[in-house]
Design a binder for this molecule. Structure first.
Ligand SMILES: Cc1cc2nc3c(=O)[nH]c(=O)nc-3n(C[C@H](O)[C@H](O)[C@H](O)COP(=O)(O)O)c2cc1C
Length: 380
């Protein structure tokens, strides 16, 4: 592992990405809604959760395997859907799909990704059913259902419907930087790019990515980032449940009442997330919603978690608080922005090593055994 080490910590990766990427691309990753309070509190909340050190336990052999939705994954974490990853690195989507296969972890293509639904599952090859997931945004039910059909034909078994973006929030950094999708290059962006020649040359050679899936579905119009995504109402959810027979997961759940409704509508799992603080700035830290939702849904209902995860220790905390599985968002993009393929590899190695070490410290031999008993009482 040492020869692949390109950064030792998340903070190092962030600093490297900041140096390498144009200002507006880095801000697109790191930025959040409004005053960015929710994004900051997502991370701060993890620092306040404490784990109980234990001794004299049998931890000589430790397992990071985790089961989810009938599949056995090699690690307890995967990769969240993120639009326009190829802005950060020209082969980001490809590297993510490959990481899914190589590491046996789930990785999720976003509707707003710049790789086609078909292309992403093709890269996953024989692993597509297990490791390649597809995330759906609904601008109109017709376009969404067309994408669902494409996902079905492409062999996906897990569909993630994101519901916490009825309208994209005001992200101040993007507004200030003139960041738009599809990408526009004015004088301000030109200067920013000129100051980051390595990134800019690779974009010139590989082209500017664009969210291609909207052009391939429905009426073929390009993606409008600011258009409403309110087409996903309860009626749509019921139609989708009827239509999609494989795993259906709902992403962006922060309320126990919403979670109970989704459970009663027959979805296969929910994804607790506040979109990394990129939507409602006044939202509570996502991790604070997790235990309440777990209690409401009962011990066996599949729950995925993201928002604010920056270390393997955070992964362990989220599982202890009720998650079956944890997904990484910005952490992945910082790693890709820092060092491309080597960065992504290093990040997954660092998280895995962190989890392995922490398991030993807390006297646990397997991530499957983690529960609230590993938390220090006052911090629960
Ligand atoms: C640049 C970027 C783009 C994103 N695009 C999407 C998207 O297209 N669909 C979606 O469901 N979530 C999207 N998200 C949210 C992530 O899936 C995830 O919920 C969030 O990043 C988790 O928080 P974290 O970054 O603090 O780990 C995006 C996040 C980022 C940082």
């Amino acid at each position: 592992m040492t020869n692949r080490l390109v950064f030792a910590s998340m903070n190092d990766a962030v600093l490297q990405a900041k140096r390498h990427l144009p200002h507006m691309v880095f801000d697109f990753i790191e930025g959040a809604a409004g005053l960015e309070t929710a994004a900051g509190e997502n991370k701060a909340a993890f620092a306040n959760i404490k784990l109980q050190p234990r001794i004299l336990q049998d931890v000589a052999t430790r397992s990071l395997n985790k089961n989810l939705l009938g599949e056995s994954y090699a690690l307890p974490f995967g990769i969240s859907p993120m639009g326009m990853c190829n802005l950060i690195h020209p082969r980001a989507d490809r590297l993510i799909a490959d990481a899914g296969c190589k590491r046996n972890i789930p990785v999720c293509l976003s509707t707003a990704g710049s790789t086609s639904i078909e292309g992403f599952s093709h890269w996953a090859g024989d692993n597509a059913e297990r490791t390649a997931w597809f995330q759906l945004y609904v601008q109109t039910p017709e376009i969404a259902m067309d994408m669902v059909e494409r996902a079905e034909k492409s062999g996906y078994h897990t569909l993630v419907l994101t519901l916490d973006v009825p309208q994209v929030s005001r992200r101040v950094r993007d507004i200030r930087n003139g960041f738009e999708i599809p990408f526009r290059i004015g004088p301000r962006q030109f200067i920013d790019f000129a100051m980051h020649p390595t990134w800019s040359i690779s974009r010139l050679l590989n082209g500017i990515p664009r969210p291609i899936n909207f052009e391939l579905s429905g009426d073929g119009k390009p993606f409008d980032r600011n258009a409403q995504r309110t087409g996903a109402d309860l009626e749509f959810l019921r139609q989708l449940r009827e239509r999609w027979k494989c795993n259906l997961i709902i992403k962006g759940v922060m309320s126990a009442d919403d979670a109970l409704l989704l459970q009663s509508e027959g979805v296969d799992g929910i994804w607790v997330s506040n979109h990394g603080g990129r939507q409602l700035d006044a939202a509570p830290p996502a991790i604070s919603a997790l235990p309440k939702i777990r209690t409401a849904l009962g011990p066996d209902y599949p729950i995925i978690f993201d928002s604010g995860i920056r270390s393997g220790e955070d992964v362990i905390k989220a599982i202890a608080l009720g998650a079956d599985f944890v997904m990484l968002g910005r952490a992945i993009l910082f790693a890709l922005g820092a060092k491309g393929a080597r960065g992504l590899d290093c990040l997954i190695d660092n998280f895995s090593a962190d989890i392995n070490t922490v398991l030993a410290q807390i006297g646990c031999a397997s991530v499957e055994e983690l529960d609230a008993s590993i938390l220090v009482r006052s911090a629960k």
